[in-house]
Write a protein that binds this ligand. Structure first.
Ligand code: ADP
Length: 442
């Protein structure tokens, strides 16, 4: 019995143990399963990470490549910039060498009219040292006696382009040109170029003096010849035949031409030496024109021209004129119109005015001035190729003298012309509001 009991107990215990083992095994297998799942998850995660990492690596590599390319491009650019800078330096050096060795004087003023550069030649002209004047505003430079004339000429505000003569001392005359330095619309400063024209001025003066001397010397015998011929023609020296009279008349008119040339030359030398003085009085320019026109009556009739004088109905305001010189100017213009208009043509002299000025014009239907020669019309000794072919007489000095006369009266002169169609010369004379205003100027 006892043995049985023991057996049962043992079986029971074995069963219990087996159950425990089974439970334990089941637990272990569950755990393993869980672990396996976990590992699977981790493995998947790792695969994903790996993919992501590969992607990132790829991106990074692409970025690196791009970076490398940018770096190369940048390096190239830097090289280019360096090269360009080198070239610019070289150009600057070259420009500076040119400026330094330039035979003309050069001054550069910045946009505030302060001196930013002066080359050695300008230092020589003005007897100054660059370090004493650089950076100073132009007006301050007038404290240097040699630069003062230049400051007076260009003023505190250096304007536009101009070219003027500037006597500095007895032995030095400069031609001053101002050139604005522009970048697109912006003004960066002004360049002043000083060209030494002392030698040209001396030669010009000597030439003028020579012409003046010769003209004076010639005038006296020409006058003597004129009066002798006149006496012959008037038969004061006894009777002459018609044939002799013909010859003497021809000689007389040739002599007259020589006298005109000499007088023109003397006027030109006086203008050039600044001795062409003006004595101005209040004058009616209409009467003056009428006087000139009347003196051409015979010539107009001879050439069968129509000469018309148009002036406003209202009386013209009187203007300050040097009557003699203005008569000469008007005479030159009317004379040209008549001379260079073939027979049967028309010449119209007109006067008009507004508040500020009187305008004179003389229009003709003559030979005109060739387009390619129009620029030279007011220069000394100019004669158009077409009028030379016509064998007309003339000195080529009339318009030079006329221009000087008009400008000395504060006026302007210009013309319009077309070959074989005609020419119109115009000039204006300012009307001074008050007599005082005029006196201030002369
Ligand atoms: P001149 O008449 O003595 O030759 P000017 O100085 O008066 O000298 O004129 C210069 C030149 O200009 C003339 O020779 C002529 O060629 C030209 N000219 C002037 N006025 C006229 C005009 N009205 N018609 C055509 N040509 C003209």
């Amino acid at each position: 019995m006892r043995k049985n009991l023991n057996k049962k107990a043992i079986t029971k215990a074995r069963e219990t143990k087996q159950q425990a083992v089974t439970a334990e095994l089941s637990e272990i297998s569950q755990k393993r399963e869980q672990e396996l799942r976990e590992m699977d998850r981790i493995a998947k995660m790792l695969v994903r990470r790996d993919l992501e990492l590969a992607e990132i690596r790829e991106k990074r590599e692409a970025e690196l490549k791009e970076l490398e390319e940018s770096r190369t491009a940048l390096m190239n650019m830097l090289e280019d910039v360096e090269e360009a800078r080198g070239k610019a330096e070289e150009e600057k050096e070259k420009t500076l060498t040119v400026i330094t060795n330039f035979t003309d004087g050069l001054l550069v003023f910045d946009e505030e009219n302060k001196l930013s550069l002066i080359n050695p030649q300008a230092e020589v002209f003005f007897e100054v040292k660059s370090r004493d004047i650089i950076g100073r505003p132009i007006l301050e430079l007038s404290t240097f006696p040699t630069i003062e004339p230049l400051v007076r000429l260009v003023g505190g505000e250096i304007k536009g382009v101009f070219r003027k003569e500037l006597p500095i001392t007895e032995k030095l005359t400069l031609e001053v040109s101002t050139v604005p330095m522009m970048r697109e619309e912006e003004k960066l400063g002004t360049l002043i170029i000083l060209h030494d024209i002392t030698r040209e001025k001396i030669i010009e003066r000597m030439k003028t003096e020579f012409v003046s001397l010769v003209a004076h010397q010639l005038r006296t015998p020409l006058s003597a010849i004129k009066w002798t011929l006149r006496m012959l023609l008037d038969r004061d020296l006894g009777p002459i035949t018609e044939e002799q009279k013909d010859f003497v008349e021809k000689t007389y008119s040739s002599n007259e031409r020589m006298i005109t040339l000499i007088n023109d030359l003397l006027d030109v030398t006086r203008i050039e030496e600044g001795r062409f003085l003006y004595k101005q009085i209040l004058t009616d320019i209409g009467t003056l024109c009428q006087f000139v026109i009347n003196s051409y009556k015979d010539e107009v009739k001879r050439k069968k021209l129509k000469l018309e004088f148009k002036k406003p109905e209202k009386k013209l305001p009187p203007v300050m004129l040097d009557v003699e010189k203005m008569r000469l100017a008007i005479n030159n213009l009317v004379d040209n119109a008549i001379r260079y208009t073939p027979p049967g043509g028309r010449v119209t002299v007109s006067l008009s005015y507004d508040k500020k000025e009187i305008e004179f014009s003389v229009k003709d239907t003559g030979v005109g001035i060739p387009k390619d020669q129009q620029e030279r019309v007011f220069t000394k000794f100019f004669r158009g190729a077409n009028v030379m072919r016509m064998a007309t007489e003339g000195t080529g000095l009339g318009l030079f003298i006329t221009k000087n006369i008009i400008e000395a009266h504060g006026g302007k002169i210009w013309f319009e012309s077309e070959e074989n169609m005609g020419t119109t010369f115009y000039f204006t004379i300012p009307i001074k509001e008050k007599f005082g205003e005029f006196l201030r100027e002369f």
